[in-house]
Ligand binder design. Structure first.
Ligand code: GTP
Ligand code: MG
Length: 203
């Protein structure tokens, strides 16, 4: 197969929940990474993109994902669901351990080909989101900001949030989409962006 498009998901399966770098798969498949604060909607976005209800476990309690969860998609690449930063059940020690693991993974992985950085549309980027955005800029991966849970905001409020972000220059030169796992707004835009970013057509 020369061209792989995520617009059609033929298979998706959980492979491993990595708790340390020795658990990372070493088969060289490209990785698409989902990053963001606890509870922002990373696991929900993965389920929505792959049209699987409960492949990635979601929870209304922040800190659900406490490992790097690898999902193999179409037998060709991985979606990597990162533990959320900001809040982790289990306290400060676990939060620091996860933070270090995520940072060293993002800085050292040879397999990452795109990163989706999620931000809650209701609040805009927090201080820790801004730190992450700067890290991503410095690493020069293709990355996309996904503003989540847009169904929770009225259209005028949403417009206000984005005019503010644009006037602050936060979005300068960065690709972004508005997304809702409830209404599926933005799903196709995200899939198209991933298809472009990973450029699987190697023929
Ligand atoms: P951690 O694993 O804790 O880091 O969280 P996460 O980023 O994976 O978030 P998750 O997908 O588990 O979603 C957290 C909560 O927000 C769940 O109760 C979801 O149902 C809800 N949620 C996620 N996306 C949306 C959305 O687009 N709209 C609405 N209304 N709720 C959402
Ligand atoms: Mg999660």
């Amino acid at each position: 197969m020369n061209t792989l498009s995520l617009m059609r998901c033929d298979s998706a399966e959980f492979v491993v929940g990595a708790v340390s770098p020795k658990d990372f798969p070493d088969d060289g498949c490209p990785e698409i990474v989902f990053s963001g604060r606890s509870n922002v909607g990373k696991s929900s976005l993965i389920n929505c993109l792959l049209q699987r209800k409960n492949l990635a476990r979601t929870s209304s309690v922040p800190g659900k994902t406490q490992q790097l969860n690898y999902y193999r998609v179409n037998e060709m690449f991985y979606f990597v669901d990162l533990p959320g930063y900001g809040y982790v059940r289990g306290g400060k020690d676990l939060r620091e351990k996860l933070g270090h693991m995520v940072e060293s993974y993002v800085k050292s992985s040879q397999q990452i080909c795109a990163i989706l950085q999620l931000i809650d549309a209701r609040h805009g980027p927090t201080d820790s989101d801004r730190v992450m955005i700067e890290l991503l800029r410095s690493l020069q991966f293709p990355f996309l900001l996904v503003f989540t849970k847009t169904d929770k905001l009225s259209r005028p409020k949403l417009n206000k949030v984005f005019s503010r972000l644009e006037s602050e220059g936060v979005l300068g030169g960065i690709s972004y989409v508005q997304f809702s796992a409830e209404s599926k707004q933005g799903r196709e835009d995200v899939l198209c962006w991933i298809d472009d970013a990973v450029n699987f057509d190697k023929s």
